[in-house]
Design a protein around this ligand. Sequence first.
Ligand code: B16
Ligand code: MG
Length: 218
Amino acid sequence: MFKGALFDLDGVIANTADLHFKAWQKLARNYFKAELPIELEEKTKGISRSDSLQVILDSLKITLTSTEFSHLANEKNEIYKAYLDKLTVADILPGIDNFIAELKTQHIRLALASASQNGPVILQKLGLATAFDTIVDPKQVAHGKPAPDIFIAAAQSLNLQPVQCIGLEDSIAGITAINASGAISIAIGDAAKLKAAYKIVADTTQLNLATVTAVFKH
Ligand code: B16
Ligand code: MG
């Protein structure tokens, strides 16, 4: 039986993944009069704000000074935070509340392993601030997803080894990170995209103790 659950946030606990891309689209329209190619939505999922901006600039073939880069990254965050204003408990993805409750009945420890610097604020708005034993600060890890650092740090924060944990993710970068950490990866979303995961469920309603216990053979 596993002892820890390492949760991604955007796209796993709440549907904020959509809001991130909406904010990038608005930024690109405002500053570059550009429409972002839809494939950038997946390419920016799970990776840090600055890595996402770089992916977008590369796609648009735009070079910025470091001052301009920081300004745009901050602007995107302001747009995103305005979207977060409306976030409430009702925005927790279906099934997540029950899943967390089930994990707690088994004394499984929970860590947040989100790339988002807005993670603590979002958990507060969702009424989940006390649900997690630990929250990893993404600024404190050397390499962002797809590197394994944040999942290794999340397991360590629970005094566990990654192999004693499951990791839950909606992004390709996140699944790569979990696999490299040694934890058992569980993907939520499109099976064709997330095929590197150990187990894939179509949506959060399918996350439950029985399903994740069955995949954990340790
Ligand atoms: P912020 P996750 C990630 O969150 C998002 O998937 C990604 O789109 C975003 O760029 C990143 O957080 C950084 O977010 O700008 O709020 O610090 O999926 O790892 O929970
Ligand atoms: Mg995510």
